[in-house]
Write a protein that binds this ligand. Structure first.
Ligand code: MN
Length: 358
C-alpha cells in the first residue's frame, strides 16, 4: 500500500503540502480541483498546474477524490449524456496527465451526513458525530443551516452553500428515484465511462454512502456487501472498483469489515481507514484511529487489506480536532498525521510477521 493524505488544494486547505511531506511515510496526496462543479470539464492545463504544485513540494498525486457525478447522471435525467461526455473528457485529461485513480460517490442530495461537527469528547478533543434521533427530528431543508456554523470557515465537500440553497429542488429531482433506478443509472454511467477507463487505465473507486442507510427517505445503495458485489457484477471490469472506507461501511454494525475486504479482492483500488465509537447502534462518533479508542479492530482491517494483496493508495480518514487546531472538521493535520503513523505501524508489523513467519 501507499500511504497518502487528502489535500483540498492550497486555496481551500489549512494544511500545507510541506506539512504533509513531513509526515513519515506519506509520499502522495489525494486531491481534487475543489472549485469544479459536477458536469464541468477539468482541462488538462488545470490538472497539470495542480500536478506541478504537488510535485514541486516533493509529493505525487496518488489519485483524485473526487470527480463528482452530477445529479443529472444520478437521476438519469435527459441532460445526463451531456454530463457523461464532460466526465469522459475529464477522465481523458487525467489519463493524459498519468493519473490513474478516481474516487467518486453516487449519493443522492447529501454527501456524508453528520448531526454534529464538534462533539466534545472526554479528553477535550472534538469529533464529528451522528445520531439518528437528531436526523429524525430535523427538517432536511434545515440540515445545512444546522451544521453550517461549525465548519470553521471552511466549505465541506458536498455541503457547498450554493448547493444547499437548492435542497428543496434537489429533493424534487430524486422523488421518483428508488434503489433500483439508482442502480440502473449507475450502471448506465459506468458502461459509458469504462472504455476511457480502459484506454488510460483509470481505476474508478466508488465511495460508500455514509451513513450506510437511507436518510430523509432518499435511496442509498452503496451500503453493504450484497449491494457492492452486485455493483461489481453488473459492470464486470477491474476499472469498476471500490474505495473501501471503513468509517462509512462501518456505520452499520451489520457490516463485517474484514470479511467485506476479503470478498472484494482485486477490486479495492483505494482505502480510507478510520475508527468509530458507537454509543448505541444509532449514535456514533469518529474516534482516534487506535483500535482501543473505538469499536473496530484496526489490526483486522489492515490485515485483511494485506492478505488480499492491496497495493493502492490508503489514507487515514476524518481525524479528531486536537491541540487547538482550526481546520475543516475531520481534515486537520494533527490527528490524521497520528492516524497515518499508526496505520503505517500496523502495516509494518503485519508485513514483517508475515514474511518472517513469526
Ligand atoms: Mn471515506
Amino acid at each position: 500500500m501507499e500511504m497518502t493524505l487528502r489535500w483540498y488544494g492550497s486555496k481551500f486547505d489549512t494544511v500545507t503540502l510541506k506539512q504533509i511531506r513531513q509526515i513519515p511515510g506519506v509520499k502522495g496526496v489525494i486531491t481534487t480541483l475543489y472549485y469544479k462543479k459536477p458536469g464541468e470539464v477539468w482541462e488538462q492545463n488545470e490538472i497539470r498546474a495542480l500536478k506541478d504544485e504537488v510535485e514541486a513540494a516533493g509529493l505525487k498525486i496518488a489519485g483524485i477524490e473526487s470527480v463528482n457525478v452530477s445529479d443529472a447522471i444520478k437521476t438519469g435525467s435527459p441532460d445526463r449524456d451531456r454530463d457523461i461526455e464532460a466526465y469522459i473528457t475529464t477522465l481523458e485529461n487525467l489519463g493524459k496527465e498519468d493519473i490513474h485513480l478516481v474516487c467518486y460517490n453516487f449519493m443522492p442530495v447529501f454527501d456524508w451526513t453528520r448531526t454534529e461537527l464538534a462533539r466534545v469528547r472526554e479528553d477535550g478533543s472534538t469529533v464529528l458525530a451522528y445520531t439518528q434521533e437528531a436526523v429524525d427530528a430535523l427538517d432536511p431543508e434545515k440540515m445545512f443551516e444546522s451544521i453550517a456554523g461549525d465548519m470553521n470557515g471552511t466549505v465541506m465537500p458536498g455541503w457547498e452553500p450554493e448547493r444547499m440553497a437548492r435542497v428543496k429542488e434537489l429533493f424534487g429531482l430524486y422523488k421518483d428515484i428508488d434503489d433500483e433506478k439508482l442502480f440502473a443509472n449507475l450502471k448506465y454511467f459506468l458502461e459509458k465511462i469504462m472504455p476511457v477507463c480502459n484506454r488510460y487505465d483509470i481505476k474508478m473507486a466508488i465511495h460508500p454512502d455514509d451513513p450506510a442507510w437511507s436518510v430523509f427517505g432518499l435511496p442509498r445503495i452503496i451500503i453493504n456487501k450484497k449491494n457492492i458485489l452486485r455493483m461489481m457484477d453488473m459492470v464486470d471490469d477491474v476499472h469498476n472498483g471500490v474505495t473501501f472506507c471503513s468509517g462509512s461501511y462501518g456505520t452499520s454494525l451489520d457490516n463485517d469489515l474484514p470479511d467485506m475486504i476479503r470478498s472484494l479482492k482485486g477490486r479495492i483500488h483505494f482505502a480510507h481507514v478510520r475508527n468509530l465509537r458507537f454509543n448505541s447502534p444509532t449514535d456514533f462518533e469518529e474516534a482516534a484511529h487506535l483500535s482501543s479508542d473505538g469499536t473496530f479492530d484496526m489490526y483486522e482491517i489492515m490485515k485483511a487489506l494485506y492478505d488480499i494483496g492491496f497495493d493502492g493508495p490508503i489514507r487515514p480518514d476524518h481525524g479528531r480536532m486536537i491541540w487547538d487546531e482550526v481546520a475543516m472538521p475531520g481534515y486537520g493535520l494533527y490527528d490524521r498525521a497520528l492516524g497515518a503513523t499508526y496505520l503505517n505501524g500496523l502495516w509494518e508489523a503485519i508485513e514483517k510477521s508475515s514474511t518472517r513467519g513469526v
